[in-house]
Design a protein around this ligand. Structure first.
Ligand code: UGY
Ligand code: MN
Length: 211
């Protein structure tokens, strides 16, 4: 089949509604002071090097977490498409986070009581981390059982598939390549449609009192 020869997450890098991305060899600057960084590779590869000169090559579907004020450099060899989340770290006394490099397929499936989607978390659930990144898979026809309302914000990138997202009283047909920001307390619900599974990547702030 034609689709089987396409690289993973092809629809993300060739979305229906936006022009081509500009892609070339590139090197990142450091995030601002006290800002932590998470990167996820959608296409191509990136070389991450820390201050001690240790390098990791990040391939498609792998990721890295860089603590605040952690010296590093990130270099794309040729073209690469990365998802990058940065936020000011909400520090806690006697807790620090450490660098993490991992890949989605190595993360265990987690329990999802009352739900049918498959869930992986890319960061530890430990208290030092003030956010997590979830990878959620839905088979066609599957949907969120709970119509969620919660204080946590989300940033979502649809990596595979298509479906319908409800946000408050609005309903959006969405497909791979689409991005959603969900404000705190926005009622949210998803149903997967079409013939292939949905996979989405979801930022969620956790482990801190929002007040
Ligand atoms: O964990 C979550 O909040 C997740 N289930 N939300 C979502 O998929 N919109
Ligand atoms: Mn949610």
């Amino acid at each position: 089949r034609e689709t089987s020869s396409k690289p993973m997450y092809w629809k993300v890098t060739n979305p229906t509604l936006s022009p081509s991305h500009l892609q070339e060899n590139a090197r990142s600057a450091l995030p601002p002071h006290d800002v932590e960084r998470f990167i996820f590779v959608v296409q191509g590869s990136a070389m991450l090097t820390n201050a001690s000169g240790v390098s990791s090559k990040l391939m498609v579907d792998s990721y890295a977490y860089l603590p605040p004020n952690f010296e590093h450099s990130l270099r794309a060899e040729g073209s690469a498409t990365l998802v990058v989340f940065e936020r000011r770290y909400a520090s806690l006394e006697n807790h620090i986070t450490e660098q993490i490099v991992g890949s989605t397929d190595k993360q265990p499936l987690l329990e999802t009581p009352g739900e049918v989607f498959q869930l992986r978390k890319l960061l530890p659930q430990a208290v030092p981390f003030d956010f997590n990144i979830h990878i959620m898979d839905f088979q066609p026809g599957d949907f969120l059982n709970v119509k969620e309302v919660h204080y946590n914000q989300h940033g979502l990138l649809l990596l595979e598939g298509q479906g319908i997202y409800r946000l408050g009283d609005s309903w959006y047909p969405v497909q791979a390549g689409d991005v959603i920001w969900m404000a705190p307390f926005v009622p949210q619900w998803y149903a997967a449609l079409g013939k292939t599974r949905t996979r989405y990547l979801l930022y969620k702030d956790v482990n801190r009192n929002p007040l």
